[in-house]
Design a protein. Structure first.
Length: 254
């Protein structure tokens, strides 16, 4: 009996047949190959950003003293930080945080490659995270009027989009099934079930405004009209962000 089972199992492997044994005897079951069709479908939707992130830096320097450069930076940064905190709403999840601080000597090199101390430079960067996107321009203007020297990034994005993603994934899945039905029907077959399905959903990108390395002269920064002039030079438009949902599905057919 054991020899029969071994021989039958070997033959089944070659023929693609599944064998199960019991005390009463041997059961041989054939597993037929199943055809399938694979479809990719997508859906998208535009949403208005409700979140802004601004990167603002204060850079100070002194030709002789790191302590003086640091003290000046601390004074200006403190004013900028305090002013920005007054303009946000923590109850909405807004915050201001320090993103980077550095203090380094800056050197120049002469024609004979001799290193010479040029100055001591201190940089302090804060990130403003706020849902009050209508105040983004005012925040930038205020920071610059208090002595901020660089606005290296301003981006608009979405705080939440889970509900929209659920809806878009549902639409994409229905499209995948509808397209699969059309293809299979044209081939004279029909769908019998789902083989596999996967999906993803995310925004295409944040909406960025071109505030990059925009420096003001000391005279402009001290001017009472500096904030207004700066704000009017580049209007802030949050624009729209598109969310994409993609579904890849495979369906069994007969």
């Amino acid at each position: 009996m054991k020899r029969f089972l071994v021989a039958a199992a070997a033959a089944a492997v070659v023929a693609g047949i599944t064998i199960s044994s019991a005390n009463a005897g041997v059961t041989v079951t054939e597993t037929p190959e199943r055809g399938y069709v694979t479809i990719s479908a997508s859906s998208n939707k535009e949403l208005t950003p409700d979140l802004a992130e601004i990167s603002i830096s204060v850079v100070t320097s002194d030709s002789k003293s790191m302590q003086k450069a640091t003290a000046e930076n601390k004074e200006i940064s403190g004013k900028v930080y305090s002013a920005l905190k007054e303009m946000i709403n923590p109850e909405n999840g807004d915050y201001v945080k320090t993103a980077n601080f550095s203090a380094n000597p800056v050197y120049t090199y002469s024609s004979n490659n001799k290193r010479n101390l040029d100055k001591y430079e201190v940089s302090n960067t804060v990130i403003v995270h706020t849902k009050s996107i209508d105040k983004a321009g005012d925040m930038i203007d205020k920071a610059i009027s208090l002595g901020a020297t660089d606005v290296s990034n301003l981006s608009f994005t979405l705080s939440k989009y889970e509900k929209e993603c659920d809806e878009l994934l549902s639409v994409a899945t229905q499209r995948a099934r509808s397209q699969a039905d059309s293809i299979v029907k044209a081939a004279g077959s029909s769908i019998t079930g789902v083989k596999s399905i996967s999906g993803s959903c995310s925004p295409n990108a944040v909406s960025r405004v071109p505030y990059r390395n925009m420096m003001l002269s000391a005279k402009a920064a001290d001017s009472a009209e500096a904030g207004t002039a700066y704000g009017e030079s580049i209007p802030l438009q949050a624009g729209a962000i598109k969310i994409y949902a993609n579904v890849n599905a495979s369906f069994f057919v007969k």
